[in-house]
Design a protein around this ligand. Structure first.
Ligand SMILES: NC(=O)c1ccc[n+]([C@@H]2O[C@H](COP(=O)([O-])OP(=O)(O)OC[C@H]3O[C@@H](n4cnc5c(N)ncnc54)[C@H](O)[C@@H]3O)[C@@H](O)[C@H]2O)c1
Length: 370
């Protein structure tokens, strides 16, 4: 198969959908890879690294889309890319079709197959191609919070790790899933005092097993949240109820009781946020202050570290990319039900039910087309 990778066009998107290691893997399996010139520049991966791994660099995205059998991207196509979609093409990327009727219709009208990273789903219902970005955001959160706690960034002037003879910063993490667990881990590594809360006791058992008491675990309920949050220097919100808006775990009344200059980082902001006072911010203007509490609510935290994010994302996508290239779409999804869940649009039909529901459009079962 010929696999193509264009440069991302979406505003402030610096990731790229393949790394040199991915190129090598595909080439060794007998496939060819074409990459648009400078596609990796935003992630600090020069064209020469791709060429050394066996890819060919082509001058523009038109060449990538017209010559490739499968195009790998990071973000959904934007309108200026729609005309490049065509019948027979496999597009493998984050699609978020339920949130965009124009992209859904563009894919249907083109006849291309749209396979979405975010709906690839393992039998235990986990989403393996979303997890790496939660991992990145979780690990960034204490780093962002530590900086904001410095006086000149509006914080109360607390060094998270403290020093000998001085109490360290107190960090509360709400949600012990992929992002929360990683946030707590990094904060503990910075030698802060860390408390993590979750409604799911099994998640807390995992934290205890790994960290052996170095991170305090608490069942999440109103009183526990009130007590630990009002005592904290940094609170990291990392909850998720799959498919739903994030629950408000920290109310405005609790925020009012927090210490002036304390910091909240709301990772869950992409699902609406778990602090009542949260609203989405950007990397160019990441913070605002409510009741003397600094709020950091950036919706695409991994975008700040595109090099790491590109590697984290492609480590997870590569096995699926190789399966699609080796077997073709029909055979690959017959072999792997997790990948089958990723197929959203095929032959002009919507084959992922929630997308059809979101737009009031008809749904066709994937197995009836394959
Ligand atoms: N802002 C960003 O840049 C960014 C990046 C990646 C992921 N995210 C988002 O971060 C959020 C968390 O993702 P994840 O992968 O860590 O999810 P996850 O499913 O791995 O973990 C979520 C955890 O929240 C817990 N939870 C649910 N309701 C709770 C409550 N009321 N109190 C305490 N815990 C509760 C769940 O039990 C679960 O353990 C998602 O909204 C995700 O989209 C944001």
């Amino acid at each position: 198969m010929r696999v193509g990778v264009p440069r991302e066009l979406k505003d402030n998107e610096y990731r790229v959908a393949i790394t040199p290691a991915g190129v090598r893997e595909l080439v060794v399996s007998g496939h060819s890879v074409i990459i648009e010139r400078n596609a990796g520049a935003g992630s600090s991966i020069p064209d020469t690294d791709f060429e050394r791994a066996g890819a060919s660099i082509v001058p523009d995205a038109d060449t990538v889309f017209s010559e490739a059998d499968m195009v790998l991207k990071v973000k959904e196509p934007i309108p200026e890319e729609f005309h490049r979609l065509r019948e027979g093409l496999i597009l493998f990327t984050y699609l978020h079709l339920a949130a965009s009727e124009p992209v859904t219709r563009a894919l249907m009208e083109s006849g291309a197959a749209g396979v979405a990273y975010e709906t690839v789903e393992l039998p235990d219902r986990s989403l393996p191609l979303l997890a790496p970005m939660s991992e990145v955001a979780g690990r960034m959160a204490p780093q962002a919070g530590a900086k904001l706690l410095e006086r000149e960034h509006g914080g109360r002037g607390v060094l998270l790790g403290g020093v000998s003879g001085v109490r360290p910063g107190r960090v509360v993490v709400i949600g012990a899933g992929m992002s929360g667990m990683n946030a707590a881990w990094i904060a503990q590594g910075m030698e802060a005092e860390v408390v993590i809360l979750d409604k799911n006791i099994n998640k807390l058992r995992d934290v205890d097993r790994i960290h052996q008491g170095k991170i305090l675990t608490l069942a999440s309920n109103r009183l526990a949240v009130e007590e630990v949050v009002t005592d904290a220097d940094l609170v990291i919100g990392a909850v998720l109820v799959p498919g739903a808006v994030a629950p408000t775990v920290v109310t405005e009344d609790i925020i009012k009781e927090m210490k002036p200059g304390s910091v909240v980082v709301d990772i869950s902001i992409d699902q609406g946020g778990c602090f009542e006072t949260s609203h989405m911010t950007t990397h160019s203007d990441p913070t605002y202050v409510v009741h003397d509490v600094v709020h950091y609510c950036v919706g695409n935290m991994p975008g700040a570290v595109p090099h790491t994010s590109t590697y984290a994302l492609t480590n997870a996508t590569l096995p699926y990319v190789v399966a699609l290239a080796d077997h073709g779409l029909a055979d690959a999804v017959r072999r792997d039900p997790a990948l089958a869940k990723g197929v959203n649009v095929l032959g002009g039909q919507i084959v992922y039910e929630p997308v059809a529901e979101a737009h009031g459009l008809p749904w066709t079962a994937l197995h009836s087309l394959i």
